[in-house]
Design a protein around this ligand. Structure first.
Ligand SMILES: [Zn+2]
Length: 171
């Protein structure tokens, strides 16, 4: 089995003849691009120095980047660049761009949820069921300040997935 990400897509039917094609896997480079969006731009203070206390995690931007990278195409009348139907000629979908993704209605949350369901993240923790012995080991070590700091790190793809799931549940 190849260790390079294959660019296979799956079609998600949005109803009313509209669809979106979603990649089922993302590359190392794409994961990095999404994580870079989570962290956002370096916060600079008045003197141009980096002020880490001003850094805020931007999960919204990360979700948009995730969608831009995972959506391989979309189509149907709902994505048409013409506002009025019927019109002459066939429907021409707007291009999949950051600008058009942020302009979506609640379809965006629908697509995000579907990405969360379909995207295969090749991380051992996700794909392997924990063995009983391993679970016991993990439950054993005393909780330290170090451990809690590590688990609160949001700069990972899990963070992106969680945020999209939360977004959807709230709507
Ligand atoms: Zn049209």
């Amino acid at each position: 089995m190849s260790r390079f990400v294959d660019r296979a897509t799956e079609r998600f039917d949005l109803g009313a003849g509209d669809w979106v094609d979603l990649r089922t896997r993302i590359t190392f480079g794409e994961r990095n691009a999404i994580q870079a969006k989570v962290l956002g731009r370096l916060p600079l203070d008045g003197d141009g120095r980096i002020d880490p206390s001003k850094r805020e995690l931007d999960l919204g931007a990360a979700n948009v980047e995730l969608m831009r990278l995972v959506i391989a195409g979309w189509g149907g009348q709902g994505f048409c660049s013409h506002a009025d139907h019927p019109h002459d000629g066939v429907c021409e979908p707007r291009p999949v761009t950051t600008e058009n993704i942020v302009a979506l209605d609640e379809t965006a949350e629908k697509i995000l949820t579907e990405i969360g369901r379909r995207l295969v993240t090749k991380t051992p923790d996700f794909t392997q069921a924990p063995s009983p012995s391993r679970t016991a080991e993990e439950a054993d070590p005393p909780s330290t300040a170090d451990g809690s700091r590590a688990s609160s790190s949001a700069a990972s793809l899990d963070g992106v997935g969680t945020s999209s799931a939360t977004l959807t549940r709230m709507s």
